[in-house]
Design a binder for this molecule. Structure first.
Ligand code: ME8
Length: 535
């Protein structure tokens, strides 16, 4: 929009680029929705923003899946991207600015240049390596972190994340001199305490790096589904080096200098804690080797668990995001996981918890407030918003409650990535307004026909409607369709213009919704839930 800040660096947020070996599940959607709420929040502050997501399409994992399905890896990736990944993000109203695929030429050319450049700078050498490898992780494991197999896997060593046997790989490969970056990385973590979030993730990375880093094998020669090493075409570039570079190639690295400078580096890389080390150790070391600036923050989300295990594509649990949105709606879905789980912690999903919160917090607290207020403005003032001429202590408490909610939500969501805390700040305010109406009893005040009585009634309803105006703005990044319905019901589109142009940080100003606005009952924000579909 025209009101966005021009020039300067964009607030740049990324999700992991997801493997296309299978369709997305709740876990992928969790990270992507969090990034969407974060970027919408910053957009709604009037900042220039860049939100990137995409897909990771090379490596053995994808190659084997394609083989098992009798198609080429490229055909497999195309199908998954077109039929599963892009449609889900559209369905969840993810407002990403770009979608990068690692098989795109804009990416593969730049990756080759980056790696060639490191080779020319003597950061890469040829060597040999033998060790246990997990294809699920696409990563060499350290012997000490493996688990002993039982049952079918007796006598074998298992990946601690995938609980599947590792393979012993022995290769002559190219290596990146990662071991030389340990001290520089530790110095960076020390100087930038917020670089890795949450604290537990930061501690884990610091301990890992303190133990000493090994050089990183960055090529593979036992299969060919990858980007060729430019100076030795028998090798393909290690899928993680290829994948991490998406954050640079997607924003103009070596191609569009202006765009690169206006976007790179990322302010926040959102990642699951399973891929923290790649982002907090390898990626910054790769950037240091090129003299490129490091990202502002690596923020790790916890795992969504099912039956005590990490929900994963290989450990299929049968729940697709669409199974939940068809029941609860897209907005409630976007809200639920951020509301229910403290960001950074693990959390489990259950239908019962989602249903209970939907009914009590969304439908009863929020939805009912909106419909009650609209109904009363209709009944007592013919749908024309009256003026608040008789404000007192009770109204002052509402004004203050709103100012507090705005400040807290802006800090928690916009800065701290404490989505749960920020959402709760707004919902506490919703509760406060509900309490205000219960106490003020406008339906009783309405029976008093005197000028004083009318002034009190008008004041109560203006106060409630103006509070809802602010709530619509504050929750717009989380539940955009609901906020728009509320905005329309308050007649605000006609008087104040587009919701997207309202600034979250200014939402606490009082008296913004014009007297005389046409308030209508509008669409029900959170319809009653149908019976839970049979499993
Ligand atoms: O790792 N709970 O891709 P991926 C929470 N291609 N988040 C989860 C989750 C769960 N149960 N399961 C997955 C890759 N996620 C690489 C990334 S980036 C340069 C390359 C989310 O398809 C979480 O964000 O395995 C996790 O990091 C990501 O999906 C892994 O997706």
């Amino acid at each position: 929009t025209g009101s966005e800040k021009q020039g300067g660096k964009a607030y740049y947020v990324s999700t992991p680029i997801y493997y296309v070996n299978d369709a997305p599940h709740l876990g992928h959607a969790y990270t992507t929705v969090a990034g969407d709420v974060l970027t919408r929040w910053h957009r709604q502050r009037g900042e220039k923003v860049w939100y990137l997501t995409g897909t990771d399409e090379h490596g053995q994992k994808i190659m084997r899946t394609a083989e098992a399905n009798d198609v080429s890896p490229q055909q497999w990736a195309d199908k998954l991207v077109d039929e599963a990944w892009r449609p889900l993000w559209e369905h969840l109203e993810i407002a990403n600015d770009d979608f990068i695929r690692t098989t795109q030429k804009r990416h593969t050319d730049r990756v080759q240049e980056f790696v060639q450049d490191l080779y020319d700078k003597d950061e890469i050498y040829k060597g040999g390596y033998e060790g246990p490898y997990c294809v699920g992780c696409e990563e060499y494991k350290l012997p000490g972190e493996l688990l002993d197999g039982e049952g079918d896997f007796a006598g074998q060593k298992l990946c601690p994340i995938h609980k599947k046997p590792v393979e012993i790989l022995s290769e002559e490969n190219y290596f990146f001199k990662l071991s030389e970056y340990g001290d520089k990385l530790l110095a960076h973590y020390e100087a930038n305490p917020g670089f890795i979030q949450p604290e537990s993730a930061r501690n884990e990375v610091v301990n890992f790096v303190r133990q000493g880093l090994q050089d990183l094998s960055i090529s593979r020669s036992t299969f060919d589904w990858g980007i060729p090493i430019p100076w030795d075409q028998k090798h393909v570039i290690y899928v993680w080096v290829d994948a991490l570079l998406n954050y640079a190639t997607a924003v103009g690295y070596n191609e569009n200098q202006q765009k690169f400078e206006e976007t790179f580096p990322a302010d926040v890389h959102l990642v699951g804690k399973d891929i923290l080390r790649f982002h907090a150790v390898i990626w910054p070391a790769m950037l240091m080797a090129q003299g490129l600036p490091l990202p502002g923050r690596i923020a790790a989300n916890g795992w969504l668990m099912v039956g005590g295990e990490k929900m994963s594509k290989s450990n299929l649990t049968g729940i697709k995001p669409q199974d939940l949105t068809s029941h609860f709606g897209v907005d409630a879905y976007r809200w639920y996981f951020l509301r229910a789980i403290a960001f950074g912690q693990d959390g489990s999903f259950s239908w019962e918890d989602f249903s209970a919160r939907y009914t009590s917090e969304l439908a009863n607290d929020y939805g009912n407030l909106a419909s009650r207020v609209a109904a009363m403005v209709g009944k007592y003032f013919g749908g024309t918003l009256p003026e608040a001429t008789a404000s007192g202590e009770a109204e002052k408490a509402i004004h203050e409650g709103l100012a507090k909610a705005v400040a807290e939500a802006d800090r928690k969501i916009g800065e701290e990535l404490d989505f749960q805390g920020g959402i709760l700040s707004v919902f506490d305010f919703v509760k406060q307004v509900n309490g205000y109406i219960t106490e003020q009893e406008p339906w009783k005040v309405a029976k008093d026909d005197s000028a004083e009585g009318r002034a009190r009634l008008a004041t109560i309803l203006y106060t409630a409607a103006e509070s809802l105006r602010a709530v619509a703005v504050l929750l717009n990044p989380v539940m955009p369709d609901t906020s728009q319905k509320l905005w329309d019901s308050l007649g605000a589109e006609a008087t104040l213009g587009a919701l997207a142009d309202q600034r979250v940080q200014d939402a606490g100003e009082w008296g913004v919704l014009p007297v005389g606005s046409t308030v209508t009952k509008g669409a029900v924000l959170f319809p009653r839930l149908e019976e839970k579909p049979a499993a």
